[in-house]
Design a protein around this ligand. Sequence first.
Ligand code: KG4
Ligand code: ZN
Length: 373
Amino acid sequence: MRILGIESSCDETAAAVVADGREILSSVVASQIEIHRKYGGVVPELASREHLRQIVPVVREAIARAGMELSNVDAIGVTQGPGLVGALLVGITYGKTLAQALGKPLVPVNHLEGHVHAVFLEAHKAGRATKLPAVCLIVSGGHTVLYEVKTEDSNGQDSDALLRYRKMGQTRDDAAGEAYDKVAKLLGLGYPGGPILDRLAAVSNHAPAPVKFGPTKMKGNALDFSFSGLKTAVLYHVREHSEYTEEIRRREEALTRGERKFEQLLPLCSAKTLALVREFQNAVVRDLVERTMSAAEGLGVESVLVSGGVAANSQLRATFEERTKSAGVEVFFPSRALSTDNAAMIAAAAYSRFRAGIIADTTLNADPSLALA
Ligand code: KG4
Ligand code: ZN
């Protein structure tokens, strides 16, 4: 069964063909980073316009790379939400039209369920088996949320079966990726912030942290997250210490010259700035890992799944590897390409939904705040 997946919820126009929910035959992603970079974040109007430009060539490319014709597709899976409404509508309208014209079923997919399936796609490729129930952390520029993932099939292990989700915790303010992006912006390190801060934090540097960020304590649900206080703490620290001003100015100048690579920005960072970035990342990683592990230990699950753009973070991966090992639990990540938004994960999620008989009719509409549980 070959499913064409279509994803357009944020700033990536993506299409992919996945066989039997597991084998990626093609995966094409057109990123809009260059368009949104000068605004330091995704501009919804520009995103919709760009999806409109990209959707037809991206789908054609995915079909061609899979060595297929559109008429060989068995079903179409499309992201229904959550995301930007104008962006979602482009994929949905195109998916609906294609399904009608080809006479194929259209399967609506929750973008977050796609991120969960990105982990299964990778595990399958590596010949590893995830055990359900599991705890899944989805951590990106738009989401930071913890789910219990279950299946209702007889032995409780089949990730091809329709999955059930129970939300255990979520961010009360900014997503973790958003915090990375905002901190990078205020430090004059460009957009998106995650990849550059990840590399700068890893630079061996024995300077003491210029400020300490303790663990965030949450009233109410202890599995909730909060990152806006941390971002504000970085902002206040930088504002109150004038020695950062000059180097930030020099980095911003470099960015306007198009010099945004790690190798170009590193020489413009003082040891103090590097230590500040390290301390920020320590705080983010500690909160993500500790909450996820406490959810996993509370439920007694054997698998921890981590997905979304921030799952590409090297320190997050290393810390999860360490913590799960000592807890006797296994951790699963998608590859870096499957961590960020893509359509293979949408096609994979569509497969189990299709098998469960979930098919949309022509009234399907975008749902910008579609819930998973
Ligand atoms: O999943 P994604 O591509 O799009 C959203 O759905 O948001 O995630 C993008 C986010 C951005 O905030 C970016 O800064 C962050 O993921 N990110 C990272 C890393 N790579 C991307 N954050 C931390 N470390 C990274 N290596
Ligand atoms: Zn996403």
